[in-house]
Design a protein around this ligand. Structure first.
Ligand SMILES: Cc1ncc(COP(=O)(O)O)c(C=O)c1O
Length: 376
């Protein structure tokens, strides 16, 4: 039986061309990019080229790209980086952010910052007017993700950026789930800080980057060498950066076809469940093509996931798993405070490079068979 992967929002298979781009760098380019001799210069050239190419895909300039170990570090650098030593006191975010943002905010609260968490509407998106209403004179930072990782729901980032045009607060957006699926131009979107990750876009794990608009005062979180224009100390992972560059370039080449393909998979998956008479509710509206979060009434998420795994379908609850048990989703609980059952009966399916129409249909048939068996 073929193992079918429907968890691309958790991570993605590494693209063959990404592997091919990285191998020669592993073999031939071992110099430290900070060394001034020829070995170092060769590594530096790879970093510089990647930085330029990645920046150009996003409409940024190369000075605005800071390589990090992934999305989590990029979020941390953005949030701590602009709040440290500002002497101000207020931040706005949403209650549906990834823990890379939420736990960072909680850390700042311990340090005396006041954080307003704006709840989403039942459709899964935050209302920009509620962000506007929460703004204060001493608001230093607003952080709202571009696409939610559990529901796939797109957030009104551009409207929030417009609202912030006349305010001094910096605007950070976690775009980890949006890259390659949504159009991103950091200048027209008017964001100050944006976090990205390599492993969600068929790139390697342990690499990501932060876009930080030129001139923004950003304090480093790491102390050591002067890499990344003193904003992130530590020898850069040259091989992973090469892979990240390739992954970003591949996204640009065939974006429209790819998104249409994922959209087709989602429709096919849901239609197959309908044909098999599996009742479900979709959690969230206006989600990206690659993600759908479904609530199955009278089901239990852990039982379902265990049975999916036995039948070789890999999906997830989308929320954190600790020691084999699934924590109730903070995203669904914020969307549906009156419907706690959705927190324990919902599954995220996410489509991508490991799929084709045949395996998506087959996965839906297996899910339907499991549902019917468990429902008896
Ligand atoms: C929205 C979002 N932000 C941040 C992260 C963290 O990224 P990384 O795994 O590269 O640290 C993830 C990964 O799940 C994510 O989905």
């Amino acid at each position: 039986m073929e193992a079918i992967y429907l968890d691309h929002a958790a991570t993605t298979p590494v693209h063959e061309e990404v592997i091919e781009a990285m191998i020669p760098v592993y073999r031939e380019v071992f110099g430290n990019p900070s060394s001034i001799h020829q070995h170092g210069r060769k590594a530096r050239q790879i970093l510089d080229e990647a930085r330029r190419n990645i920046a150009s895909v996003l409409g940024a300039n190369e000075k605005e790209i800071i390589f990090t170990s992934g999305g989590t570090e990029a979020d941390n650098l953005a949030i701590f980086g602009v709040t440290e030593n500002t002497g101000k006191s207020h931040i706005i975010t949403t209650s549906i952010e990834h823990h890379a943002v939420l736990h960072t905010m909680q850390e700042l609260e311990k340090q005396g910052w006041e954080v307003t968490y704006v709840d989403p509407e039942p459709d899964g998106a935050v209302d920009p007017e509620k962000i506007e209403a929460a703004l204060r004179e001493d608001t230093v930072l607003v952080s709202v993700m571009m696409v939610n990782n559990e529901t796939g729901v797109k957030q009104p980032v551009e409207r929030i950026a417009d609202i912030l045009e006349d305010h001094t607060a910096y605007f950070h957006s976690d775009a980890v789930q949006a890259l390659g699926i949504e159009d991103i131009d950091v200048k027209t979107m008017n964001v100050d800080l944006m976090a990205f990750s390599g492993h969600k876009i068929s790139g390697p794990k342990g690499i990501g980057f932060l876009y930080a608009t030129e001139g923004i005062p950003l304090k480093s979180r790491t102390f050591g060498g002067e890499q990344e224009r003193k904003r992130r100390a530590g020898t850069e992972n040259v091989q992973a950066v090469k892979g990240l560059e390739k992954a970003v370039q591949l996204l640009k080449d065939n974006k429209q076809e790819r998104v249409e393909e994922y959209s087709k998979y989602k429709t096919l998956f849901l239609e197959t469940l309908n044909d098999q008479e599996v009742p479900y509710q979709v959690n969230g509206m206006n989600a990206v093509a690659s993600i759908v979060n479904l609530s199955f009434s009278d089901m239990n998420v852990e039982t379902m996931l265990t049975n999916f795994d036995l039948e070789k379908v890999s999906a997830s609850s989308g929320s954190a798993c600790t020691a084999g048990s699934v924590e109730p989703s903070h995203v669904l609980s914020a969307m549906f405070p009156e419907e706690p059952e959705r927190m324990t009966n919902s599954i995220r399916f996410s489509f991508g490079a490991a799929n084709d129409e045949a395996n998506v249909k087959e996965a839906a048939m297996r899910v339907a068979a499991i549902y019917t068996r468990l429902n008896k």
